[in-house]
Design a protein around this ligand. Structure first.
Ligand SMILES: Nc1ncnc2c1ncn2[C@@H]1O[C@H](COP(=O)(O)OP(=O)(O)OP(=O)(O)O)[C@@H](O)[C@H]1O
Ligand SMILES: [Mg+2]
Length: 266
């Protein structure tokens, strides 16, 4: 699909390039299931892409292949010009719910990946301080996850994912469990961080409004088998206004793609 291919960046090379990727799962009962088929997608350098689609359509599968947690059955995934063969410091991941280590303080959660990379304690601490400041949580550095609100935990999860200075941030429904008001401020903060760090972001959501608020392009997926149904350009300036009629029009357009989805899978 031509619309899925986007080449940006000084090097003229996308941050992530997925070609003809599919994933076949065999369940424990031996049943075969194509979770994802024929996915072609480029994520440009510094581009913000949202993926949206019904439950079970393969969104997490797609994200996990970019993260390198799983290998596609067919096709290829390239990040930063290198074939993805496993997880890497160039790709930070934020999971749906509270995936912090409960036995570590906020600061030590952020430092975890840096420790794995062999950074010494003063360098780790300095980097954690920067990220705590970036996410507005300097005051909570010494708290454990159970002492943080849901919104604060997800800010720490973002800080942890950014610790190794990834070029790509992969986010799997990171704000799904957060109340509406906090969610709105997390969305604004994420846009600020994205713009400040010039990252590429791949963000999964079930929420059309969230996708239109955040993304430059929205990938609409359909299920059975999971594939890209349509890619919608969100050509609105930031910061976006939900009351803008153009915002509403894009919301409706994505809703319509969803309705087609439902008809197709009914
Ligand atoms: N490890 C696995 N083994 C077998 N099947 C799997 C595995 N992981 C996912 N699947 C199947 O692959 C399909 C896609 O799953 P995936 O988790 O990617 O969906 P999703 O779009 O992220 O859904 P949700 O919105 O509910 O998170 C589903 O049919 C699911 O049952
Ligand atoms: Mg999922």
């Amino acid at each position: 699909m031509n619309a899925s291919v986007k080449e940006t960046g000084a090097a003229g090379r996308p941050a992530v390039s997925i070609r003809d990727a599919s994933k076949l799962y065999a369940s424990s009962g031996g049943e075969l299931n194509w979770a994802m088929t024929g996915v072609n997608l480029d994520i440009g350098e510094g581009e913000f892409v949202c993926a949206i689609g019904p439950s079970g359509c393969g969104k997490t599968t797609l994200l996990n292949t970019i993260a390198g947690f799983i290998q596609p059955t067919t096709g290829s995934v390239v990040a930063g010009g290198q074939p993805v063969t496993g997880p890497g410091a160039d790709r930070g991941v934020v999971f749906q719910e509270y995936a912090l280590f409960p036995w570590l303080t906020a600061r030590r959660n952020i430092e975890f990946g840096l420790k794995m990379q062999g950074l010494d304690a003063p360098a780790r601490r300095a980097r954690a301080e920067e990220l705590l400041a970036l996410t507005g949580l300097s005051h909570a550095a010494g708290r454990y996850p159970f002492e943080l609100s849901g919104g604060m935990r997800q800010r720490i999860a973002v800080a942890r994912a950014l610790a190794t200075q990834p070029r790509v941030l992969l986010m799997d429904e990171p704000f799904a469990a957060i109340d509406a008001l906090t969610r709105t401020s997390l969305q604004r903060e994420l846009l600020r961080i994205w713009q400040e760090l010039r990252l590429s972001v791949f963000f999964i959501t079930h929420n059309i409004e969230e996708a239109v608020f955040l993304a430059q392009r929205v990938v609409v997926m359909s299920a059975h088998p999971g594939r890209i149904r349509e890619i919608v350009d969100i050509d609105l300036p930031y910061p976006r206004n939900r009351a803008d009629p153009a915002f509403g029009a894009l919301y409706e357009r994505i809703s319509a793609a969803f309705a087609q989805n439902e008809e197709a899978t009914a």
